[in-house]
Design a protein around this ligand. Structure first.
Ligand code: SF4
Length: 177
């Protein structure tokens, strides 16, 4: 019997709840997944570390390698400079996606992983087309809309099952206020 070749994929994970159903789907579809943590947009630092701890728990649950990048919040603030007062879902968020997806593209290249994607797309509050637009300069980007068919609902179920922390704001200080 011929089997489809396994595809290596680096997955930018924005938080454990969004990762839960996205990773489940990718593993069901036969990808060989590695996870990348790059979310220096999250503020304050304690919140960043708390979300990372739950991502570690999720990575261990699925037995997947997790690559962590540091909380370079000052660099992220520079990347969104001038966009602080933009409403959620507009230009600041596009710049934020671009920042983290650029780091993911660089990590994929360093790790020799041919494609990458992001769990950001599972959120009903984030535009799939805006995410794809932010990643459009990277040929290695694999566009996957994890919302479909019912990814967000599945992420709620899995978060409950696995005891994952579900935050109440997107991440940065501008979404907090
Ligand atoms: S609201 Fe969320 S996506 Fe938008 S800039 Fe802040 S952390 Fe990034």
């Amino acid at each position: 019997m011929n089997r489809a070749p396994v595809t290596d994929l680096l997955v930018h994970i924005c938080c454990a709840p969004c990762g839960s159903a996205s990773l489940e789907r990718l593993l069901d579809e036969g990808f060989r997944v590695s996870i990348l943590w790059s979310n220096p947009n999250i503020y304050p630092r304690d919140e960043h570390d708390k979300r990372l701890d739950y991502v570690r728990k999720l990575g261990a649950h699925y037995n997947l390698p997790l690559h962590e990048t540091p909380w370079v919040h000052d660099q992220w603030l520079q990347a969104v400079s001038g966009l602080e007062d933009e409403p959620e879902g507009k230009a600041r968020c596009r710049a934020c996606f671009f920042f983290n997806l650029t780091r993911t593209a660089e990590a994929a290249s360093e790790l020799g992983i041919p494609q990458f994607t992001t769990t950001l797309s599972i959120s009903p509050y984030k535009s799939f087309s805006q995410i794809c637009d932010a990643a459009s300069r990277y040929e290695a980007f694999l566009p996957m809309d994890f919302k479909k068919p019912n990814g967000y609902q599945r992420s709620i179920e899995l978060s409950r099952e696995l005891g994952l922390y579900r935050q109440h704001y997107c991440g940065c200080e501008f979404s907090l206020r």
